[in-house]
Design a protein around this ligand. Structure first.
Ligand SMILES: [Zn+2]
Ligand SMILES: [Zn+2]
Length: 106
């Protein structure tokens, strides 16, 4: 059973239509509600997980990850830290940096 009490329990959850209307990143259209590792834009029915990283130097931001990118918290944090480091070294816009390979969320 997947808990829907709150995503901050760091348990995987199924994305609902309601989740998509939250003001993620200041946008209510869901365009910023994405997997932080591959850029996948979450849609209803996707599995997502929120990972607390603000306690980890160089890996702040508390990313959401999709089921494809998920792993242990340690794995996600390591990938997320690398992503941030790569992003800071580039001039790309954040979400164009690792575009998701799936067609649905383009
Ligand atoms: Zn992903
Ligand atoms: Zn995608």
């Amino acid at each position: 059973m997947i808990s829907r009490d709150t995503f901050t329990n760091q348990q995987a959850f199924i994305v609902t239509a309601n989740d998509l209307t939250r003001p993620w990143g200041g946008h209510r259209d869901g365009s910023r509600f994405r997997c932080a590792l591959c850029g996948h834009r979450f849609t209803e029915g996707d599995t997502a997980r929120w990972v607390f990283t603000n306690g980890t130097p160089g890996a702040g931001g508390n990313p959401f990850v999709c089921s494809d990118c998920d792993g242990t918290n340690e794995e996600v944090i390591a990938k997320w830290r690398q992503h941030i480091a790569d992003f800071r070294a580039s001039k790309d816009k954040f979400w164009s940096f690792y575009p998701c390979a799936c067609r649905e969320c383009r």
